[in-house]
Write a protein that binds this ligand. Structure first.
Ligand code: ATR
Length: 279
């Protein structure tokens, strides 16, 4: 069979997902297509979804601004996606749509792939910067995978506290960004999950890493630019770094696995994606 896959969102013209999934299809030895279904937010979302249903895709991804909006249209929502409150992957089985969220799992896979020692004893102390959608997915996944210390630093502390109580993160400390800056040396893994550092805000600072510990892993989910100023500072301070584009690859790997049952080794796609992003 030829898989029919796709992406909904807006704007998505520059999405890397078609490139990634066409590579995954090829590596898995499967035939299929991955098409873009751009849905203008000024038009009726339910009409768009009705048309999408008629396409009978085997599966599709959902990106901004529809990760929550898609939820009422699903027949089943996986418990992880339900807890995260957002769906980025739908599997169609005989017309029944099931929603998943692959962001948290993708993030954790990418981290462990780069640093296999992470999670050996689950004693790592994590600092997550941000309390938005990406942070929700990452924190939830870390928590259900048994990591006990996950502190949250956010510009708006209240959002951090809400997340802590919603997930019942009893051991979590919520910090302001300036307070987090004073204690960065206490963490084994520091994850930047906000959009700060993207090309448009590339010079904005979020938390200074001058006093980060050398053995720490510093991670940024922003991947344009590939090396954000946050990662640059981490590197200058001697910490180990973990790139955002790898999360993109591994969340796609997991989505592809949900659609096709194939877990494709994607290590060698890493350099090719770096070339795409730099080119
Ligand atoms: P996403 O779904 O991509 O995570 P989001 O839900 O809008 O995006 O979350 C944005 C996160 O980035 C929030 O933690 C936000 O902080 P607030 O809760 O204080 O809004 C954080 N954020 C965005 N811009 C920021 C900035 N300029 N400085 C600090 N934090 C910022």
């Amino acid at each position: 069979m030829a898989y029919r896959l796709g992406l909904i969102g807006y704007p998505i013209k520059h999405s890397l997902s078609p490139w990634i999934h066409q590579n995954l299809l090829q590596k898995a030895g499967l035939s299929g297509t991955y098409e873009l279904y751009e849905m203008n937010p000024r038009e009726s979302f339910s009409d768009h979804i009705k048309q999408l249903k008629e396409q009978k895709l085997d599966g599709f991804n959902i990106t901004v601004p529809y990760k929550q909006k898609i939820m009422p249209y699903l027949d089943v929502i996986d418990k992880e996606a339900e807890a995260i409150g957002a769906v980025n992957t739908v599997v169609n089985q005989n017309g029944k749509w099931t929603g998943y969220n692959t962001d948290g799992v993708g993030y954790l896979r990418s981290l462990v792939e780069a640093y296999p020692e992470v999670g050996q004893d689950k004693k790592e102390r994590f600092l997550v910067i941000g309390a938005g959608g990406a942070a929700r997915a990452i924190i939830y996944t870390l928590f259900i995978n048994g990591f006990a210390t996950i502190d949250i630093a956010n510009r708006t502390e209240k959002s951090g506290h809400l997340l802590k109580s919603e997930y019942a993160l009893d051991l979590t400390t919520v910090l302001s960004l300036p307070d987090a800056e004073q204690v960065v040396e206490n963490y084994d893994v520091i994850i930047q999950t906000t959009s700060v550092g993207m090309k448009s805000t590339a010079s904005d600072a979020i938390v200074s890493l001058k006093s980060v510990a050398e053995k720490s892993i510093v991670s940024d989910i922003v991947y344009q630019p590939l090396t954000t100023s946050f990662l640059q500072e981490a590197r200058t301070s001697g910490a180990r770094i973990h790139y955002g584009h790898t999360m993109l690859l591994y969340q796609a790997q997991y989505a592809f696995e949900l659609w096709t049952g194939n877990r494709v080794e994607i290590k060698e796609m890493n350099q090719a994606l770096v070339n795409q992003l730099e080119g």
